[in-house]
Structure formats: C-alpha cells, structure tokens
Design a protein around this ligand. Structure first.
Ligand code: PLP
Length: 350
C-alpha cells in the first residue's frame, strides 16, 4: 500500500438512512442528498447503497452531478438539482430526466421555454438569503407556476444544527406562509431539520451529512476509516527540529513515523502540531507541519513500528478532526482527496 486507504462502510450509510427515516412518520418520504460526489465518498457506490436501502429521491448540487447518479440508480428514482436550471444545462436536464429546483423568475422562464412540460421543483428563500425566490417574487409568479404543476416546493434552514435558535421557528413560519394551501409536496429539512422534529418534516426530508456519519446526527453509525501508510521511521535526539519551519523540537529522544499523506489529500495544514493519529487505540500526536504529501507523527508510545496509522476510525470521527482543524465534518469529508484507494465494505448482494 503506497497511498492512504479510505474504507467506506456502505452498510453503515444504509443504517444511517434507515435511522433518519425512522425519525419521521411513514407518510414522510426520506430522500438522500448526495452532492459533491456523495460528500467525497463516491457517488456511485453511495447512491446504490441508499437506493437498496429504500431511497427513491436524490439531491445533487449541479446538473453535472446527475450523470453519474443516473447511471448508478437507473431511470426511475427522482434526481433533484439544488442549483436549478442554469445556462447550458438544458440538454443534461432533459436527457437525464433531472428535476431542477428553480430559484428565480429567470430560471423559470428558461425552463418553461426550453423544456415545456418537463418536471421541476421550486426553491424558496425563507430568509437564509442564499438561494431561492423571496416572498414578493414568489407571489408574482405563484399562480402561473402552480398551473405548471411543480413536483416539490422546498426551502433550507440556516441554523438547524442549533435547535435553540429562534431562526428555526421563524423560517418554519415563513415557509408555511409562502406555501399555504398549495397542495404540493413540501420540504425544508436536511439532517438538522430532520432531528428538529415533526413540525419540520412536511412531506419529505433530504438529509446529507447524517448519512455519512457526521454531526448533527450524534447517533450515526461510523462510516469512514482512513488509514495512512508509514514510509519511514527514525529516532530524533532531544533538541532536534522536525519539518518545515522547524515548528516542533524534540524535548526528549523521540521515535518518529512519516506517513504518506498531506494537505493535498485533505489533511488540512491547520492540523500541524495539533492532530492525533491512532494505532489501534493508542494516540500518536502529529508533530511539525503537515506538508503536501507527508506528515510526521510521534510514535514513541508504541511498542513496535506500525505499518500504518489511522486518522479516521472508531477512535476519531470526522467531527473530532474538524474541531482540531477549526472547521466542520462536512469540509473534512469533502476534502478527502483522489489519491486515496477507496474500498467499500458492507456491500449488499444487489
Ligand atoms: C447540502 C444540502 C442539504 C443536505 O444538508 P445536510 O446538512 O448535509 O443534511 C439539504 N438541502 C440543501 C439545500 C443543501 O444545500
């Protein structure tokens, strides 16, 4: 093994989907958000596992992501596109049967003119001020839009991972007001909203991060293990420096392992002198700077020399690593680089 090995447990992803599905009533559809290559884990295997678990609607960020997804799940599942219908997307949307979530009058005009009768959904902005039509705009086109029969009307919560924020209830009220009496399936909940409770479930939830074992789904099954090969081991004396900029100095004789991974593989440079890797259950601190392709680790606490060290395992989640790097689990997952060998376990027979 010369590159890091990323092991992805598809059975755990399926288990997380079922656990989130169980949080809402049987009448509520649980979709799956698989944008950014299935949060960095590989959209094909991830989507096939979710489809086998029972997911029938999927969400991607941009139309391009729909191609590999369509290939993975076949012709029947619905594929919604959060970015809507952008210039140049018409052929892809038509050919792949994607459902754009139209977010402006401009997008509506483009879609209705280019693909008359093709399915679509609507994205409303409930004061996150990121994407979607605002109340006034929506009011102006609502009746015309309803005659075209949208498949879904959705919005997105800005603070759903913090249940106590009054913003959650404010957005809920706003979304209800904008959609009252329309008789179209509605959705506002991602992972955080799914956990906020039934008021937020409407007709469909569309979790992403929780499927992949990340917060705010604290009860998630662990999905990823990242094991990094050791390419050299050495002893340094008290008073010797390690790595770029000499940011770490040995204060006692220390045994060091150098592993073959770095910030080009998504192990953020902010983890220099901060991260911890594991050999089994034994923590081994990262010492010195994280380089592009190499990281130095203090293995003085181990009995022998390891062949590999784990950055992600049951000992340390993406959120633990994220806390150390000053970011969120989403960014750690989606940064996992293309050099890793991806191995899938828990594959179902289908
Ligand atoms: C990414 C995204 C989701 C999924 O969010 P998670 O927090 O990963 O569950 C849902 N809706 C929208 C609009 C998104 O951009």
């Amino acid at each position: 093994m010369s590159t890091g090995r990323l092991t992805i447990d598809l059975a755990a992803i399926a288990e997380n989907w079922r656990a989130l599905d169980a949080r809402s009533a049987a009448t509520v559809e649980t979709a799956a958000t698989v944008k950014a290559d299935g949060y960095g884990l590989g959209i094909g295997p991830v989507a096939r596992a979710l489809h086998a678990a029972g997911a029938r609607s999927f969400f991607v960020a941009v139309a391009e992501e729909g191609a590999a997804l369509r290939e993975a799940v076949g012709p029947n599942p619905r594929i919604f596109v959060y970015g809507g219908h952008m210039p140049g997307d018409t052929d892809m949307i038509g050919d792949l049967g994607l459902i754009p979530l139209l977010n402006s009058i401009e997008q509506m005009t483009r879609h209705f003119e280019a693909l008359p009768g093709a399915p679509f959904g609507i994205q409303l902005d409930s004061d996150m001020n990121r994407l979607g039509m605002e109340a006034g705009e929506w009011l102006a086109v609502r009746d015309l839009t309803m005659r075209q029969g949208p498949q879904l009307i959705m919005s997105h919560l800005a603070c759903a991972d913090e249940p106590d924020r009054p913003m959650n209830r404010r957005q809920l009220d706003k979304f209800r007001e904008m959609t009252r009496g329309l008789g179209v399936p509605l959705s506002i909940a991602a992972t955080g909203g799914t956990l906020l409770g039934p008021d937020y479930h409407f007709d469909m939830t569309r979790p992403g991060i929780g499927l992949y074992g990340g917060m705010p789904f604290a009860d998630a099954a662990a999905v990823v293990r990242l094991s990094l090969p050791v390419i050299q081991v050495r002893d340094v004396e008290k008073g010797e420096p390690v790595g770029y900029g000499n940011t770490w100095w040995a204060d006692k004789p220390t045994r060091l392992a150098t592993v073959a991974a770095g910030y080009a593989d998504g192990i953020h440079r902010a983890l220099s002198n901060k991260a911890v890797m594991y050999h089994g259950t034994v923590p081994c601190p990262v010492v010195g700077r994280v380089s592009m392709d190499l990281i130095t680790v203090d293995i003085s606490g181990l009995d022998g020399d390891p062949q590999a060290l784990d950055l992600l395992s049951t000992m340390q989640t993406v959120d633990d690593v994220a806390d150390n790097a000053g970011t969120i689990g989403y960014e750690i997952l989606t940064s996992l680089g293309p050099r890793y060998t991806r191995r899938y376990t828990g594959l179902s027979a289908s």
